[in-house]
Design a protein around this ligand. Structure first.
Ligand code: NAP
Length: 250
């Protein structure tokens, strides 16, 4: 008979450290605020120091701990040094949330090589190397998790989102291979694939969607907490989230 602690289906988050990319606004901001509420120390990453500072203040006002890191994820060769700095500041990394993303809204034949490179770098290449550089710290954690925020476009094709869609297919495919490579090292890898969420991104690339019908970023943050806290012998690899108005199981 196991004791209650070993059979508990919930993992405690308090005291863990999470590196969250794209934490300056939208879904990343909501995830950072929600994890902080459960006592997670957050490393907030984006290019915009001022916006990150605002999120840090929101977290601290509620008693949480956050540090900001102004970093452009297209500087892939600097990811190693950057991750090391975060790990040294916090004494480790337990959770990596690859959330930062860029979307396009353009016919494929009008897309330039530079645009393709930029979107693929932020959405697929940077998460790959963040996982690689964070790996030694995640292994040390003993109870680590990686969450890659994909999208409904990771499994479907949408016109004028050819680069965005293919980069998210790449991130989704990487996540599946990674989950298998890391299983024996005690690191769980999950994907969360939302449909339209009420953020700046959707306003820019899908102005056709009525904003009343969008998913709230806070709902995605709750799903992230669910995935990170589900313990015992139960693991959920991926969660796809549709807007309530969309056809179920489509
Ligand atoms: N909104 C949706 O409908 C939706 C649906 C499915 C999936 N998603 C995915 O959810 C994630 C978050 O999207 P969101 O809707 O919250 O978008 P958002 O409001 O546009 O936020 C994007 C975040 O990514 C950061 N970012 C972009 N380029 C970066 C770079 N080069 N270096 C560092 N940070 C960078 C931005 O920070 P700075 O600009 O401050 O650098 C910002 O914090 C993305 O991966 C997106 O693809 C969104």
């Amino acid at each position: 008979m196991q004791n209650n602690e070993t059979t508990s289906p919930l993992i405690k988050l308090a005291g863990k450290t999470a590196l969250i990319t794209g934490a300056s606004r939208g879904i990343g901001r909501a995830i950072a605020l929600r994890l902080s509420k459960d006592g997670v120390k957050t490393a907030l990453v984006s290019r915009n120091k001022n916006s990150l500072g605002t999120v840090k203040k929101e977290i601290e006002k509620k008693g949480g701990t956050a540090r900001i890191y102004q970093f452009d994820l297209t500087s892939v060769s600097e990811i190693g040094g950057f991750v090391k700095r975060v790990a040294e500041d916090f004494g480790g990394i337990d959770i990596l949330i690859n959330n930062a993303g860029l979307a396009d809204s353009k016919p494929f034949e009008k897309t330039t090589e530079a645009e393709w490179d930029r979107i693929f770098t932020v959405n697929a290449k940077a998460p790959f190397f963040l996982c690689k550089e964070a790996l030694p710290y995640l292994v040390k954690s003993g109870d680590a998790g990686i969450i890659n925020i994909t999208s409904v476009v990771a499994k479907k094709g949408y016109p004028d989102q050819s680069v965005y869609g293919s980069s998210k297919h790449a991130l989704y495919g990487f996540s599946k291979a990674l989950a298998k490579e890391l299983q024996d090292r005690g690191i769980k890898v999950h994907t969360v694939g939302p449909g339209g969420v009420a953020t700046e991104m959707v306003t820019r690339v899908r102005p056709d969607i009525n904003s009343d019908n969008l998913i709230q970023p806070e709902a995605i943050a709750e799903i992230v907490v669910f995935l990170l806290t589900l313990g015992g012998n139960a693991v959920v690899d991926e969660i796809d989230v549709r807007r309530a108005g969309k056809t179920p199981w489509a």
